[in-house]
Design a protein around this ligand. Structure first.
Ligand code: NAI
Length: 330
């Protein structure tokens, strides 16, 4: 039997975690021969809810789940972890301004960044899902100066999967026939789902769908999908698809995009190195490849038309604005 790996999940009593934890415990991410320890973080008032989740995990009698640790202390949750899913975040309350939301989440992620810096393994992979995910990733990373910036990414895989489905549906093919979708930018309405490099059954997507559909239907549908799901589910947000995306993104990050996805690359928000004119240091969703040896790189030299360039710039501007709002916490 392999040595167990420690996985931290924050916001563990929330909706996304209610799907994520059971999939992790079943061995879906790390394989059916890899025991795991789940280290679950919640705020103190939610610990009893978390205990209920633990009871259900126990009742699944998962053979790979060695231990479940519940805590309201980030340093306990992140102790010696190799993987951390930062899902927990403060939701936007009634009358709360975006700036207030940014600030209170910034405080949470600053504290968690410090704790990761202090107690996590040096090569920990930290996937930030809690919104505003890109800026929360920036705060976490900036508060963990001893960890490499490459230890952090924010989730754009849900947007990526949403884009794949929309194109597959339009072309009447299965999702796995769609390759090289890109979602650029922030996980917000300024994200840019880009079909200019996508292929469907090996054919260029742009020869199969017209610009009117792309601009009037495809892009807004993907950008606003989260809100549409909330509306249809009577106020509940996308949770199962978000948990699925977290698993997809982490799998590609750990095992490589070649073996883990049917595409050449995935969309993943990583720290910008200045590629495509995006200011260095912002957490921005790019097309990313990960080799089977674990080396991550932003796909370079893709040709961009004027529309793509403008969309990419707009989303970067929004991230700069978000960074400005929480500058004092960096
Ligand atoms: P939820 O409200 O059901 O659960 C969030 C949990 O986080 C709650 O149990 C809460 O007690 C906990 N929490 C709050 N502050 C915490 C802290 N300081 N430490 C630990 N736990 C804390 O929300 P849900 O649906 O699970 O979503 C979680 C986050 O993921 C939200 O911010 C949501 O907007 C975001 N999200 C991001 C997506 C993406 O693609 N990046 C997609 C879908 C959701």
């Amino acid at each position: 039997m392999k040595t167990p790996i420690d996985i931290a999940v924050t916001g563990a009593a929330g909706q996304i975690s209610y799907s994520l934890l059971f999939r992790l415990a079943s061995g879906e991410l790390f394989g059916l021969d890899q025991p795991i320890v789940l280290r679950l973080l919640e705020i103190t008032p939610a610990l009893h809810r978390l205990h209920g989740v633990q009871m259900e995990l126990n009742d699944c009698a998962y053979p790979l789940l060695q231990k479940v640790i519940l805590t309201d202390d980030a340093k306990v949750a992140f102790k010696d972890v190799d993987y951390a899913f930062l899902v927990g975040a403060r939701p936007r309350g009634p009358g709360m301004k975006r700036k207030d939301l940014l600030e209170c989440n910034a405080a949470i992620f600053a504290e968690q960044g410090k704790a990761l810096n202090e107690v996590a393994h040096q090569h920990v992979k930290v996937l930030i899902t809690g919104n505003p995910a890109n800026t929360n990733a920036l705060i976490t990373q900036m508060n963990a100066p001893d960890l490499s910036p490459s230890c952090f990414s924010a989730m754009s895989m849900l947007d990526h999967n949403r884009a794949i489905f929309q194109l597959a549906k339009k072309c009447g093919v299965r999702s796995k026939e769609v390759k090289n979708i890109i979602v650029w930018g922030n996980h917000s309405e300024t994200q840019y789902p880009d079909l200019t490099h996508a292929t469907v059954k090996g054919l260029e997507a742009l020869t199969l769908v017209d610009q009117t559909w792309i601009k009037d239907e495809f892009i807004p549908t993907v950008q606003n999908r989260g809100a549409s799901v909330i509306e249809e589910r009577g106020g509940l947000s996308s949770a199962a698809s978000a948990a699925n995306a977290a698993i997809c993104q982490m799998r590609s990050w750990v095992f490589g995009t070649e073996v883990s996805s049917w595409s050449d690359w995935i969309s993943m928000a990583v720290i910008s190195d200045g590629s495509y004119g995006v200011e260095k240091g912002l957490f921005y969703s790019f097309p990313v490849k990960v080799s089977s040896a674990g080396e991550l790189s932003i796909v370079q030299d893709l040709e961009l038309d004027a529309f793509s360039k403008a969309c990419i710039k707009e989303s970067a501007l929004e991230l700069k604005e978000e960074r400005k709002a929480i500058k004092h916490l960096l």
